[in-house]
Design a protein around this ligand. Structure first.
Ligand SMILES: [Zn+2]
Ligand SMILES: [Zn+2]
Length: 138
């Protein structure tokens, strides 16, 4: 049995299970998905952006982006459907971050990511080298 929760869309109490919204909202979302899908699957609309799809179908951009994120609307089929990077809001088509942000995080600018000892040591060396260099310069 799932837990009772408030539906994030309409606030109604519902049993939280595989669905992240209540049954009513789920049905509503599915109807909207159909609308969006009917629209985007037409050849002339394949290149539409989220904004264009939203204004043509009346479905919220947020929902369309959610489906792109979930790959229900697959970016390979609809290349202009994007959603914003969680960090810098650049348009992206998969994951949570754009390539730039992902690269930056990989380089160790993210304090939330636990670092390995080797990485910490490398960083320490780098900082020390930097201090030495700036001493030289002054
Ligand atoms: Zn609801
Ligand atoms: Zn980014």
């Amino acid at each position: 049995m799932g837990d009772l929760a408030n539906c994030p869309r309409c606030g109604a109490l519902f049993l939280k299970g595989p669905l992240d919204v209540c049954q009513n909202c789920y049905q509503e979302e599915e109807e909207k998905f159909d609308l969006v899908y009917q629209f985007i699957r037409q050849k002339k609309n394949r290149m539409a952006t989220v904004l264009e799809v939203s204004s043509e179908t009346g479905v919220e951009e947020k929902l369309i982006m959610k489906w792109v994120h979930q790959k229900r609307l697959h970016p390979a089929q609809f290349p202009n459907l994007t959603y914003p990077c969680e960090r810098c809001s650049n348009p992206i088509r998969e994951g949570k971050l754009c390539k730039d942000c992902a690269d930056e995080l990989k380089e160790g600018f993210n304090d939330e990511q636990p670092k390995t000892i080797a990485e910490k040591e490398a960083e320490y060396e780098k900082n020390r080298a930097y201090i030495n260099v700036s001493k030289w310069e002054s």
